[in-house]
Structures are given as C-alpha cells and as structure tokens.
Design a protein around this ligand. Structure first.
Ligand code: UDP
Ligand code: MG
Length: 316
C-alpha cells in the first residue's frame, strides 16, 4: 500500500508567497501520487500561525477549491516551532508520513521524492540537509554555522545543516507526542525520539516572495532555546568554573600568606585577600552543586518518556 503523505506548512504573514507556492506543492503531491509513490489521498496541511494579513483567507479559499488543501489556524502567533508541532500533531492520526517544510519555497520540494524513497526503504525519519549555502549572505552563513557549533559544544545533539525540512513517519510522531515539553526545539528533540533515520541533501534557494521572519534576534533566541531546552551543560559549566576558581584562589591564599610573611604588605591585606579568595571559591562550587540538582529537576519536569520500543519479535 502506498503511504499517505501530509505536507505540513507553517505560514505566518505569508500572503505574498502562499499563492505562488501552493500550486507547486499541489503539483508535487499529485505527481508523486501519479508515480505510485504516495497515496492519492495525500494532503497539504497549512498551519496559520496567527497571521495578521490575508494568509488565513487564502488558506480557506485554497481548501474550498481543492480537497488536497487543508488548513488549521492557531489562535495567535506562537512561533515557527509551535506551528510545525501543531501541524504534526494534527496530522499524526490522519496519515502515514509527514514532511514539514517552509511555505516560502526555500526548501526544494524535489527533495520530497528522495525522502519518500528513503521511507519506503525503511527509514522512519529523513532529515533534509542543505548541500550548500551559496544563496545566503556571508553573515547568515557565518551565524548559522556558528550556531551548530555552539549547540554541539553545549551538549545539544543536532543534525548538521538541518533546519526543519524533514520527513517523519506517523509512528515516530505517536512516540514524539509523549514529549510534553513546552520549550520546543524540534531539531534537537526528534533525534531524541530515535528510530532509523537518514539524511537527504537539498539546495536551499532564495525566498520566492515576501520577507524572512527570522531576524538575528529570533535566531539568537532559537539558539538559546535550543541549548537550554536540550542540555543542562551550562549549569555543569558553573561547577567546572567553580573548581578552577577555587584552585586559583588557593594559589592566591598561598601567595598572600607568603607576601605577608616576608613582610611586604600592609596589615590586614593578607587576611582580606585570603577571605575573598576562599569565599569566592566556596560560592562558585556551591552554585555548581545547586546547578547539578536544578539540572536534574529540570530534566525531570519534562516528563520525557524513559524508553521507546521500536521493535518486538511478537505482535502486541
Ligand atoms: N513562521 C511561522 N511563525 C513565525 C515565523 C515564521 O509559522 O512566527 C513560518 C514562516 O511562514 C515560514 C517558516 O516559518 O513558512 C520559516 O520562516 P522564514 O522563512 O521567515 O524564516 P527563514 O527561512 O528566513 O529562516
Ligand atoms: Mg524562509
């Protein structure tokens, strides 16, 4: 049986580009269905992320004109990650596979063929990975790449050069539904769900119309969210820092004592220095210990599934 595909397309103030890309998405799924790769019942699900322009009206019109188009609207703007999540959760019981992609035409829709192929070969998650960043400005390229390196250094596992263009099977989505956290960083969370995954390369092009909603401020916000929602490494760093400071302070104390004994100081200097060094070391180590516990509490509050079974030798 051919899999039923849902394209999940978040839209925020996209009245300029939506009428351009919607027919392209439709052509893609009808072509794939004609080739017998996906079911003819496949759909394109637009998620209106609280747009203030005519985006929702356009989506409603598309849905009225062609049954392949579906739309849901969020009550207010919640950001790209939440919009994608809303679409995925809505689709998980309605289809076999989902592909999430941007509405602006930057994600090359021809990569969907290879993603579906990979799914048919047994992969449950297929990450779209950008082959080149030629169309990006130096600034965007530099900040984006620093972003991946920073995340990796901070202990957040992400797929290099992968944004949110990916195929996820409904089976993985059912398990992913168990991840109840509200601070969403999908790129880091989906790998945590596990299952057999692979990557497909695609060229990312320029926006077809409209303008980006990801200025530097939002990118930094996303990076901070990525690190703080996936990893407690920054809290751990306090401990390392505390130990280093304690060691330096110890040397500082010895140095203060020696200078005092040689008699090269004014009265009271050595004792003051020793107290400052000692207290700052103790304080940072204590903060580090508290950080360890806060980190544990933080991970516990997420109520993530403790295990996910991918296969059994019997049918439950
Ligand atoms: N988007 C969204 N909510 C937001 C911001 C963006 O749903 O608050 C959608 C947007 O409509 C697009 C995708 O997320 O489909 C990616 O946004 P954009 O193209 O502005 O980001 P960029 O590609 O420049 O990083
Ligand atoms: Mg874009």
């Amino acid at each position: 049986m051919t899999p039923k595909l849902f394209l999940i397309v978040p839209c925020y103030n996209e009245e300029a580009v939506l009428p351009v890309t919607a027919p392209l998405f439709l052509k893609k799924i009808t072509d794939l269905a004609r080739e017998g790769k996906i079911s003819p019942d496949s759909r394109i699900l637009f998620v209106n992320d609280g747009s203030r322009d005519a985006t929702w009206d356009i989506i409603r019109k598309l849905a009225a004109e062609d049954e392949h188009f579906l739309g849901i609207s969020q009550s207010r703007n919640r950001g790209h990650q939440n919009a994608v999540l809303a679409g995925l959760m809505e689709a998980k019981d309605l289809c076999d596979i989902t592909v999430s992609l941007d509405v602006d035409g930057q994600d090359d829709i021809n990569a969907i063929d290879a993603m579906v192929e990979a799914y048919l070969d047994g992969y449950e998650v297929v990450y779209g990975v950008r082959s080149s960043r030629d169309t990006d400005s130096f600034f965007k390229r530099f900040t984006a790449q620093s972003f991946y390196k920073f995340l990796a250094a901070m202990g957040a596992e992400v797929v290099y050069n992968h944004a949110d263009y990916r195929l996820i099977s409904s089976r993985v989505l059912q398990e992913f539904a168990g991840f109840e956290e509200v601070n969403l960083y999908l790129r880091g969370l989906i790998p945590l769900v596990g299952f057999k995954s692979t990557t497909v390369e695609y060229a990312r092009s320029e926006r077809l119309a409209g303008s980006s909603h990801y200025p530097l401020k939002k990118m930094i916000g996303l990076a901070v969210d990525g690190v703080t929602s996936l990893s407690v490494k920054p809290l751990r760093l306090i401990m390392t820092f505390g130990i280093v400071v304690a060691l330096i302070s110890f040397i500082g104390c010895v140095w203060a004592l020696i200078t005092a004994l040689i008699g090269k100081t004014v009265a009271g200097w050595a004792s003051m220095t020793c107290i400052i060094c000692f207290v700052s070391g103790v304080q940072l180590i204590s903060l580090g210990i508290i950080g360890e516990y806060v980190g544990k509490i933080y991970m516990e509050t997420k109520h993530r599934p403790r295990y996910i079974i991918s296969e059994r030798t019997w049918k439950p």
